[in-house]
Design a protein around this ligand. Sequence first.
Ligand SMILES: Nc1nc2c(ncn2[C@@H]2O[C@H](COP(=O)(O)OP(=O)(O)O)[C@@H](O)[C@H]2O)c(=O)[nH]1
Ligand SMILES: [Mg+2]
Length: 452
Amino acid sequence: MEPRRRHEGADRLSATRSETGRALVVEPWLKQTGARAGARVTSQTRTPEARLEEVVGLARAIDLNVVQSGLVTLNNIRPATYIGKGKVDEIAGLTKTLDASVVVMDCPVSPVQQRNLEKAWNAKVIDRTGLILEIFGRRARTREGALQVEHAHLTYQKSRLVRSWTHLERQRGGFGFLGGPGETQIEADRRMLEERIARIEDELDKVKRTRKLHRDSRKRVPYPIVALVGYTNAGKSTLFNRMTAATVLSADMLFATLDPTLRAVDLPHGNRIILSDTVGFISDLPTMLVAAFRATLEEVIEADVILHVRDMAHEDAAAQSRDVEKVLGELGIEATDKRLIEVWNKIDRLDANARERLANLVERQPIERRPVLASALTGEGLDRLIAAIEARLGESRQTLQVSIDPADGAGLSWLYRHSEVLSKDMRDDGRLAVVVRADADKAAQVRAKFGA
Ligand SMILES: Nc1nc2c(ncn2[C@@H]2O[C@H](COP(=O)(O)OP(=O)(O)O)[C@@H](O)[C@H]2O)c(=O)[nH]1
Ligand SMILES: [Mg+2]
């Protein structure tokens, strides 16, 4: 395996995380077809280097400490070990000297191959689907999201049981990295998986029926939500960290502690927002995982502003953007949606010509749809981005003043729950003047209730 240079900036990020293990990442590449084995052929046949970079990013997303990554070219797939014996031995040496406990294989690994490789390397082996499932599982924030991920996980396990219907397989259920049912017989495993899948499907039906109710209750957060979407490695988390560092972290501990991907911050002109880092898009997402991915992204529907973060230095930037727009469209968010702001990220990696070309493109867009050129790494363009967010919020949020009876505790608490309370003053006439801010819907409710 040829060692690769470390990814820029990644160490700084990973140093602050709790890491679960030292890992090697292997990108197998079939020479004959020039495509990753098992991958469906896409319009944009991506280079092995781009694929490797993506999968390293995915491994980091579950806090693996990637100590080495590299391409392994092969002429054909070996049924027993996927890659050839020479490579298996070479990687065995690496896991030992680098003290790696996990090897990520960016390909579909059968249960037989997995067991053989784990034995040869004395390390856990996780394949592409397993890795993605782990990421989704960690990031599912809604009940539906969690159920969809579990459904995909069980379906994946079941497909592996059926495909490898051999006596050898009796020893192994589930897949190593994530744990599984253990040493049960395949028949029993399969029945159990089927039962669990059926139960989850029932529950999913129920959750979908009550989805509307859930949405309404989540909408109770009185602050606008700014969601970051985009491809994996586009720079969402880097931007998330930059923005929370560049603004005042709100004292609202609820969001500081509950979930590391949600944070409340105060923007320079007084808007308190909740920044939400979402799970990233992944190229060639296994079909089995599509529903789970959508469900983890559902929260974006609720967002007041959606930042579509794009890696403008990426060779597939245009195709990636089309993928993102397609899925957002399926969630009911059209490309012309007023809440969308495109962040053209990583401009520090572009030469002067490429930058100028982008700057010209940006200039030609109408203000309300103008992308923001930025670098989450250097911080360039962050001020423009924050201004753009504030402008969008200014359009959708209204400030109103209401006057209520100071004894009306229920009324006041309603205001706190449904709007952002900016100030409260006792007036000379003994009534309480409350200034609140809310989106158009809530503002209308405030007016109807309190006659602002
Ligand atoms: N050069 C450069 N690298 C960046 C920039 N933003 C992010 N990165 C790097 O791109 C990689 C992926 O970033 P990350 O924020 O984890 O992407 P995410 O998957 O979208 O959350 C990391 O190595 C970052 O350091 C940028 O503006 N410029
Ligand atoms: Mg991220």
